[in-house]
Design a protein. Structure first.
Length: 339
């Protein structure tokens, strides 16, 4: 809860402030309401602490007796009411004092004009004009001050909202860092995923994880990255469009992730993307398979050539051995004859 409090400042004037309820207490001795205020820090930091409303008062904080004017559930509501009260107070001053001062000036100057010389009358008229100019200038300054206060309030509120958004984003990034998803290998896993996406929390977590992983600009490029994160290359080469067409939750994920500021993705565009991409994946798988077969065939030819070469070498060696044996036999035969 937040309170609008009326205090007496150091100059003796009345001042209004917005403060969390935990900064206000009742004095045990005087039974009067006392405000604790962090006056030793900058005005911007004071406003920030007041908006957060979670900081406990410190002993070093200023203590001021106060009067509780209003109570509100949020800082923004209390601050809006404070601005309205300030504007009303300024308007009230402008209505009362400038008019009264003008009347007094007119009354005090009208009666002597009949008796004073022309020179004095001119001086009095000049003073009257200057006084009216000062009053108008004062009113203008007060209006500018009110505008500045309103602008500062808007800036403080915007800073608070930005800080909350940053905290939420940091928490989301930390949670997504722990999230894991392994690409699906079978059509059965694809069907199970579509059923799991009926769970809103699971759906949101998966979509946030994909959005953090995908940084592409174009819608089709984003959907390609999405399908590569969710499905293995083997599954994409085997799955048919008839297996996917009824998986509305799964297709809706691509509709969300593929959307960009300049491109709106519909289920029809997701349909066209899948038909084209699945055809491409099947063609790529066929080309890869043929390439593998060609390499295997080349390997078989090489092995056959090597075997033929080995056989030829073995036959050549066999012939050479027989030739040498025959020569040895002839030599032995000639020796026997000589003997």
């Amino acid at each position: 809860m937040f309170l609008i409090l009326e205090i007496v400042n150091d100059k003796g004037g009345t001042e209004w402030k917005v403060a969390p309820r935990r900064w206000v207490c009742t004095s045990k001795n005087t039974q009067r309401t006392v405000l604790f205020w962090p006056n030793e820090i900058s005005v911007e930091r004071q406003t920030q602490l007041a908006i957060e409303g979670t900081c406990k008062p410190l002993k070093s904080w200023m203590r001021k007796e106060c009067v509780i004017k209003c109570e509100f559930p949020t800082y923004e509501a209390a601050n809006n009411e404070l601005q309205a009260m300030s504007t009303q107070h300024i308007n009230q001053i402008n209505e009362e004092y400038p008019l009264n001062t003008k009347d007094l000036v007119v009354e005090s100057f009208e009666s002597p004009c009949a008796t004073v010389p022309d020179e004095d009358a001119s001086t009095l008229a000049s003073i009257k004009s200057m006084l009216q100019s000062l009053i108008a200038k004062s009113a203008q300054i007060e209006k500018q001050n009110a505008d500045i206060l309103e602008q500062n309030s808007r800036i403080a509120n915007e800073m608070y909202r930005l800080e909350q958004r940053i905290k939420t984003m940091e928490q989301t990034v930390e949670e997504m860092a722990l999230y894991q998803f392994h690409p699906m290998q079978t059509v059965e896993q694809l069907t199970e995923l579509d059923e799991k996406l009926n769970d809103e929390s699971f759906n949101v977590a998966l979509v946030q994880w994909l959005l953090l992983k995908i940084n592409n600009d174009g819608a089709e490029s984003r959907m390609k990255s999405c399908i590569n994160l969710l499905c293995s290359s083997q599954l994409l080469s085997e799955v048919k469009w008839s297996n996917i067409v009824g998986l509305n939750n799964f297709l809706n994920v691509f509709k969300i992730v593929g959307k960009t500021p300049s491109e709106h993705v519909t289920l029809n565009s997701v349909d066209n993307f899948f038909r084209k991409h699945l055809t491409y994946c099947k063609k790529r798988a066929v080309v890869s398979l043929n390439s593998t077969r060609d390499k295997d065939a080349e390997s078989d030819v090489t092995i056959h050539q090597e075997d033929s070469s080995i056989s030829a070498n073995e036959n050549s060696e066999f012939v050479e051995v027989n030739r040498r044996l025959e020569e040895a036999s002839i030599i032995m035969y000639e020796t026997d004859i000589i003997m």
